[in-house]
Ligand binder design. Sequence first.
Ligand code: SF4
Length: 200
Amino acid sequence: MAQLARQYAKSFQKAGLEKIVLSVKSSNVVASLAAYRHLAAQDSWPLHLGITEAGGELAGAVKTAAGLSPLLLEGIGDTLRVSLTSDPVREIHVADLLLSATGVRRRGVEIISCPTCGRTTSDLFRILKQVEKALEHEKRPLTVAVMGCIVNGPGEARHADAGLAGAPNGSFMLFAKGRLLRRVPQKHAVEALLKEIQKI
Ligand code: SF4
């Protein structure tokens, strides 16, 4: 695959084309990784990354992350496309998350949330979904924590730009800019968090 791409690029060059970007997308993660690494080691043409026909939203995002994260972390790649059988807006969202997680570019909110356990005092899954939806279009590179308990939650919430940590009786401790602000009941927790985020 990489060999073929190089041959094409060289023939384009011979024909006088200069602005060449190579892409060796495949739906096979291992083959794609090998091809992109080969091209990056051999030549200096810009590379367009992608795992093509990756699948539905969840499976496709995982497959794309498996294939592209190693490359991005190695500094390989100049542009990328996430290909999901889903709304193109979701493809852009996954691309933003991927670039943010690999430290290539921060745009939008990074959410720190726990998996929940016996210490969880609230309906954290629902709270997290509400927070994610509300912040989906936020472009500022913020970190927001949504944590389930008062034992391990405050640490993460303090280190985030804003955060919630579950407290007794389903309430939450509200944090912003490293400070504990107050305790809020569960039904007002998301609204209170969003208000603090607006102030940042
Ligand atoms: S933060 Fe608390 S509720 Fe969440 S997983 Fe950790 S211990 Fe459990």
